[in-house]
Design a protein around this ligand. Structure first.
Ligand code: SAM
Ligand code: SF4
Ligand code: SF4
Length: 341
């Protein structure tokens, strides 16, 4: 089969598969409100439905699936989904982005099920700040989760840190040290104006250039890694003292030109761009006509795709939050915790 390309000649190689919109944290840049409009549990795709759809997309060039949420470890029996996705011929990798809180119970099962890699989101190493940023006093659980991942045999674990001015930008070096001691690769992410980030403003964004300057000043400079080895979307660098790390400049230097990822919400909405105002519900097709029909719809949608959401946002003269709380309550599919980040 000819691999699928969109109108900017971008293939569909990566799928972020959200398995729940629920979360056990309330990060201020993702879920700052007191109440949310949740997806109906009865509407969630079953593991069989998502696996069948992914299986039908592999022949069109899909290579990797990343499980996300909300918090993916809150979905019951998540290791069973990992196992069935891993059994799909031709799918190269099943990975997961998680806040790590439930890894002490689940890491070993996930590893046995075939999960290849973990990315753990952790924005601070200070307990009081963790509570302030996530509204839950769960730093010890997150740290235990990271230990459990290593004990279960996960290697190449990445640590995602969203950097916010006057919030956690004084921890860049602490994060590097923490990552080095545990053989993790830290990736500093610019604060993004996505759905859910209702309190976003440009002053709180620490641009990638500044992150690099600050690290370089303290660590004997920074040099880009061989571009051949750069894992999009992170630009990888090495400090003067030899530590590799990544910077994801989604806000100030978007990488839409090479974007090969789509998103599927837990209730089966296909989202062609993180900033898309709307998605396309696939559940009716999937349930009424089967996975092949739903995959054909994805092929149609991707073939006509022109999205360059982050570039469009970067071109705005006055930039503010993508959506306010009212709009998000009306349109929960705009939320980052529904789209999966
Ligand atoms: N709960 C899991 C976690 O936090 O890893 C998975 C879902 S979370 C929505 C996926 C990623 O989106 C996390 O790494 C999180 O830091 C990131 N994210 C959420 N809101 C963001 C924002 N406004 N700017 C930058 N990254 C954001
Ligand atoms: Fe939950 Fe992840 Fe969003 Fe934090 S970033 S509130 S852990 S979904
Ligand atoms: Fe891809 Fe949209 Fe993100 Fe650009 S903004 S990198 S097109 S998902």
């Amino acid at each position: 089969m000819v691999p699928l390309h969109d109108l900017h000649h971008r293939p569909l190689r990566n799928l972020r598969l959200s398995v729940t919109d629920r979360c056990n944290l309330r990060c201020g840049y993702c879920m700052p409100e007191e109440s949310y409009t949740w997806l109906q549990r009865a509407d969630l795709l079953s593991f069989e439905e998502s696996t069948a759809l992914v299986g039908e997309l592999v022949p069109h060039g899909l290579e990797r699936v990343r499980l996300t949420g909300g918090e993916p470890l809150l979905r019951r029996d998540i290791d069973q989904l990992v196992r069935s996705l891993c059994s799909l011929p031709g799918l190269r990798e099943v990975a997961m982005t998680t806040n790590a809180l439930r890894l002490p119970e689940l890491a070993a099962d996930l590893r046995r099920a075939g999960l290849a890699r973990l990315t753990v989101s952790l924005d601070t190493l200070r307990p009081d700040r963790f509570l302030e940023l996530t509204r839950r006093a769960e730093l010890p659980a997150a740290l235990r989760g990271l230990e459990a991942a290593a004990a279960a045999g996960f290697t190449g674990t990445k640590l995602n840190v969203v950097v916010m001015r006057e919030t956690n930008d004084d921890e860049l070096l602490d994060m590097l040290d923490f990552a080095r001691e545990r053989d993790l690769e830290v990736r500093f992410i610019e604060y993004m104006d996505v759905g859910g980030a209702t309190r976003w403003n440009m002053e709180r964004v620490v641009p990638a250039t500044e992150i690099l300057e600050r690290i370089g000043a303290a660590r004997g400079g920074v040099a880009p890694e061989d571009p051949e080895r750069t894992a999009a979307p992170a630009d990888r660098f090495r400090t003067g003292d030899g530590q590799r790390f990544g910077v994801i400049a989604s806000t100030t230097r978007p990488f839409c030109g090479s974007c090969d990822r789509a998103r599927l919400t837990a209730d089966g909405q296909f989202i062609s761009c993180l900033y898309a105002r709307a998605g396309t519900p696939l559940a009716p097709l999937l349930r009424g006509h089967g996975a092949r029909a739903a995959a054909n719809r994805v092929v149609e949608l991707w073939s006509g795709r022109t999205d360059r959401g982050a570039e469009d946002r970067a071109g705005l003269s006055a930039r503010e939050a993508l959506a306010g709380p009212g709009e998000l309550r009306e349109t929960p599919h705009l939320e980052m915790h529904t789209r999966g980040g």
